[in-house]
Design a protein around this ligand. Structure first.
Ligand SMILES: *Cc1c(COP(=O)(O)O)cnc(C)c1O
Length: 377
């Protein structure tokens, strides 16, 4: 069986885990955590980086930092993971779902302005498959209407918009190191803070509502309970694992891009004959090869393709179910937006296996099977 994903272990992880154990400090914010923070701020220019135990946690921190009041509105694409919306709903916000673009599942920046009201406080662009949303347009709207932008960059490590790293453009940004992402820590995440006004409070939320970090820097002479928060910081074990992955980031990205390009070349003919659609990467965006997907013409066709590949030992999977139609949203909110493009991706998008150890020959086999599937269609 060819799995959909296989976590890649570089080999350095156990070495750093051993070092973390030897150092005798296993709780959070030790040497490996600081090394990871430094890596992110230096390489991507984030003003501040805080490791978290998941991207969900980082989104929750971001939502807390936005200081929302009951009924404040947050604009989020419907075609995304649950956590993007849930983090803001937990703070009492009303989520307003936006539709996706025709060329890729990212939220359509041209459709945002019509959703802005007096209650709008935040926009959350999700860089689907690691491909940038149109950030200039989004940041311009944010400035004009005084909104906070939180980039959900869960899938977007080492990807760029007009040469700028994703996660460095919004006021806040979140990343995931879940085992299905490009670089992993089992479960893990990161909050990137690019706006000075959030720096201090982020640290406090991270450390269970205490000013512990300031105390250790000698900025205050007592440490205590000063705000809300939670235990968002991961242990040194997770940071040590992640650091090994960061050291191999370029190698991992290159391998994934080679596999991605192989799929793309192999499937181009099917796209040319309009049997399927392939990922579209806008001129302003790079590809970090987080995901290779194709768009079928109907739900029936997609189900048949997934079954056909499964019979041949290949695990291809569909992705998000648009959140505006979810049980949770429809039973808690009376809004019923029409989002036809998000619905189309819900029904028609299929993700193909893509992981470091996938063999090039296997990509050829998968491409061959897909071509065969479409022979009689
Ligand atoms: C993976 C993912 C998340 C959640 O990440 P966790 O680290 O598993 O919490 C959130 N948003 C998007 C877009 C994702 O792809």
């Amino acid at each position: 069986m060819t799995p959909f994903n296989k976590p890649y272990i570089t080999g350095k992880e156990t070495h750093y885990l051993y070092q973390a154990v030897q150092a005798g400090k296993l709780s959070g914010n030790g040497i490996f955590t600081q090394r990871c923070h430094q890596y992110f701020t230096e390489r991507y220019g984030f003003k501040k980086a805080l490791l978290t135990t998941s991207c969900t946690d980082a989104l929750e921190m971001a939502a807390m930092l936005c200081d929302l009041k009951e009924g404040d509105e947050v604009i989020i694409p419907s075609y995304t993971f649950v956590s993007t919306a849930l983090a803001f709903i937990r703070e009492g916000a009303t989520v307003i779902f936006a539709d996706s673009q025709e060329e890729n599942p990212n939220l359509d920046a041209n459709k945002i302005e019509s959703l802005i009201t007096e209650r709008t406080k935040v926009i959350v662009p999700v860089h689907y498959a690691g491909v940038a949303c149109d950030m200039d347009k989004i940041m311009e709207l944010a400035e004009r209407y005084n909104l906070i932008v939180v980039e959900d960059a869960a899938q977007a490590i080492d990807s760029y918009y007009k040469g700028r790293p994703l996660g460095s453009i919004g006021h806040l940004a979140t990343f995931s190191f879940h085992e299905t992402k490009n670089i992993i820590a089992g479960e893990g995440g990161l909050l990137a803070i690019n706006d000075e006004r959030f720096k201090l409070r982020a640290e406090i939320l991270w450390e269970k509502g205490t000013n512990r970090s300031q105390f250790f820097r000698g900025e205050v002479n007592k440490y205590g309970w000063v705000d809300t928060g939670s235990s968002f910081l991961p242990s040194e074990i997770i940071a040590a694992f992640l650091f090994a992955q960061l050291e191999e980031l370029d190698n991992i990205q290159n391998r994934r891009k080679d596999l991605w390009n192989k799929y793309r070349e192999g499937l181009q003919e099917l796209a040319d004959s309009e049997k399927i659609r392939l990922p579209q990467i806008p001129e302003y965006a790079t590809n970090n090869a987080h995901m290779f997907y194709i768009i079928c013409s109907s739900l029936e066709e997609r189900s048949a393709l997934i079954a056909y590949l499964k019979e041949r030992g290949i695990m291809a999977v569909f992705h998000y179910l648009s959140l505006h139609k979810s049980k949770f949203y429809t039973s808690n909110f009376s809004l019923r937006p029409e989002l036809p493009v998000a619905d189309l991706y819900t029904d028609c998008l299929v993700r193909l296996p893509l992981f470091y150890e996938l063999e090039m020959d296997m990509v050829e086999t998968i491409v061959g099977d897909i071509v065969n599937f479409y022979k009689n269609r």
